[in-house]
Write a protein that binds this ligand. Structure first.
Ligand code: ADP
Ligand code: TYD
Length: 208
């Protein structure tokens, strides 16, 4: 049986990696041989593009140029890791995927169609996520968590107004794909409470 593809999304500091690790352990204990990858990165090209895209002092590029670079990293990750794992029956947990490009690179309404068009070309029917989980909180909360954890990159440094746009783009994404998207409220909730909600939804989606 083909593996399942779970995508974890949200602003920097929302708690994606924390939750991804918890789900990874749970799926591993259940014998699903999961893999956990992140975007941009994981492959050699992805890590090079990550360094370039996340550099704090780079020039501003047009949002569609940025989107195309993220898709180049995504294409590599799909071919090298995600598709082979799914074909072998293993679950995949991916920190960020196309919803991030929508959230961070859609500046104007027409950018949505641009991004979804490339998504169809690059991802096709074979590797559509079975579930997208968006970890949602106030931008101030996630920014505070990132600062406490001690590292900020080029996107994190774009300020609260930019993070609000990211959050509203995620909301728009969830409205377009209500069946396959779960928005999790992460404000004032324990890590374990959120994990239980994630597990319950993933089991529900697995049976769909
Ligand atoms: P992301 O991967 O979304 O950037 P992380 O999982 O790295 O976020 O979490 C960022 C920081 O916030 C970490 O220090 C983590 O321990 C903390 N954190 C994660 N979830 C919660 C939560 N529900 N409540 C409080 N702190 C949290
Ligand atoms: P990362 O450190 O992996 O995220 P986090 O802090 O949430 O763990 O940083 C990845 C950055 O790249 C993040 O700020 C979002 C941005 N990004 C885009 O702008 N577009 C994309 O398509 C992807 C995948 C990421």
């Amino acid at each position: 049986m083909r593996g399942k593809f779970w995508v974890f999304e949200g602003m920097d500091g929302a708690g994606k990696s924390t939750q991804a690790k918890l789900l990874f352990d749970k799926l591993a204990a259940a014998g699903r041989n999961p893999i956990h990858v992140r975007e941009p990165g994981t492959t050699a090209l992805g890590e090079s593009l990550r360094e370039m895209l996340l550099s704090a002092d780079r020039d501003d590029w047009h949002q569609r140029s940025e989107a195309l670079l993220f898709f180049a990293a995504r294409n590599e990750l799909l071919r090298q890791q995600i598709c082979p794992a799914l074909d072998s029956g293993n679950d995949v947990i991916c920190d960020r995927f196309t919803p991030s490009t929508v959230a961070y690179q859609a500046k104007e309404p027409s950018d949505f169609d641009f991004i979804f068009g490339i998504h169809q070309l690059v991802v096709g029917q074979n590797a559509q996520p079975d579930g997208v989980i968006i970890f949602d909180c106030e931008p101030e909360t996630s920014y505070h968590r990132v600062c406490e954890a001690g590292s900020t990159d080029g996107f994190e440094n774009r300020g609260i107004a930019f993070q609000r746009k990211v959050r509203s783009n995620y909301k728009e994404f969830s409205k377009r794909f209500p069946e396959t998207t779960l928005v999790v409220d992460c404000e004032n909730r324990s890590i374990d409470d959120i994990h239980q909600q994630v597990c319950a939804w993933i089991e529900h989606r697995r049976d769909v």
